[in-house]
Design a binder for this molecule. Sequence first.
Ligand code: ATP
Ligand code: MG
Length: 560
Amino acid sequence: MATTQATVREAGQDFIRDIVRVDLASGRVKAVATRFPPEPNGYLHIGHAKSICLNFGVAEEFGGHCNLRYDDTNPARESQEYIDAIERDVRWLGFDWGKNLFHASDYFEQLYEWAEHLTRAGKAYVDDQTQEEMRLTRGTLTEAGTESPHRNRSVEENLNLLRRMRAGEFPNGAHTLRAKIDMGSGNINLRDPVLYRILHAEHPRTGKAWCIYPSYDFAHGQSDAIEGITHSVCTLEFEDHRPLYDWFLANLPVPSHPHQYEFARLNLTYTILSKRVLTELVRGGHVGGWDDPRMPTLAGLRRRGVPPESIRDFVRRIGVAKANSVVDMGMLDFCIREHLNKHAQRRMAVLRPLKVVIENYPEEAHEDLEAANHPEDAGAGTRRIRFGRELFIERDDFMENPPKKFFRLSPGAEVRLRYAYFITCREVVKDAAGAVTELRCSYDPATKGGNAPDGRKVKATMHWVSASDAVRAEVRLYNPLFTRPDPNAADFAADLNPQSLEILADARIEPALAADNADGAVQFERQGYFCRDPYSKPGRLVFNRTVGLRDSYAKIAGTS
Ligand code: ATP
Ligand code: MG
């Protein structure tokens, strides 16, 4: 079950930063160099944000630098669209790699030279086994693997085959280059791992120059060494790869000796942080794209109106640990609300409109009232809102036969309209089917501004818009993408929430919202935080709900 990591660790207090501090104090490291190494095969998600904040954050805090390095060793899955998206998202999150932009593919020639170096030293060989044969002879956690029949080829034969692999003489899969380490090792990663595969595929950067590509393991540590990375921080799955990472550094004439450290990846309830699954959600049409506001991608969160400050705050609060855990999605929402409550301007919008006619307000008349943009920040200023004879209120704010504790509008009840007047419901108008279509009300002109001179009180203050100048808009409410806090990545379609998107096509918003060019989220009073969808057009305005005013995940999980 999910745990909310309540312990707030200040920046500078996690084990990675402790290591960096010690390394700098002891002089083992002169200047910190980290890297963020995305594979350009998908959009970044909030798990990546944890890694970005850690790598760029450590570099910034300790006066070092962080490289953005594309781990572009698999041309079959990579594309320019992903590269552009990654750069946009890292910048949006608030980090800058400056001139430190690199690609594993920048090092293909050097990596190949090192492959020959290992081969000449008798530490690598060309194998003819298929991927399947290699899998079957790899052994298990308790049983040693079996040596390949090609393991003891001569250095000359291996070099010859490797050069012919590079020259393109063989089809995909005909050979691999493997390190000659130990098929009996307790660590499966050391059982003669593959260094190069034949893949006749064009690479976005190197074009047709190569038809063999290095494995992640062979490329990653050596790229770190070439760039002089001091602290190569990655997620826990790579802990068992560290002996191999170190083996390459020990057996190759590399220019520097980075250290790898592992931290726990971010897992979040009600979503799946895996590029494979996110790719399938997009390709399968389960969502509208990588930037669908229901996606845990940075592009999706941005489109939903989540400010980058909230994501950085979230990452700071969850901390960096060595043990895997699952963070409650409510924690992210909490961070979003924290920021927006302070910074978002207030507006009024009616999501499900019900018409109100103020019978004692003169026809054709109207007046402009003043509304505060932020209740705690006078500097945010005010705006004018129009009051008139015909208004819209929220359908939920009226009940014909209210239960005892319903204090909003009902026949005979008096309520306050925010920034305006007290009104009383006099009559309920219905259509032939019995549905309420309109309320006939009266207002008390003495209560202008929302207070009665005789001191009488009302128990509810409601938001509203004026029918004469309200603008029609579509409002999209987002619910969790999955119905379970721990959706099954292997069969995610079964756990998709059919109600993850709710469209309200006939909302009415105050005109200031239609005119605002602001990209950021605003608070629709009493409803939550919303932002204009970037694809929204004048005449067809669309607003996305960023987050509600209260924690909805706790409710779903039954914990409150
Ligand atoms: P996925 O598992 O989503 O496919 P990945 O590890 O394959 O992610 P990369 O592009 O290789 O994706 O990731 C770039 C960096 O981000 C890596 O250093 C990786 O460890 C880190 N990273 C990926 N997912 C998470 C996560 N959920 N939490 C923290 N860091 C992550
Ligand atoms: Mg990866």
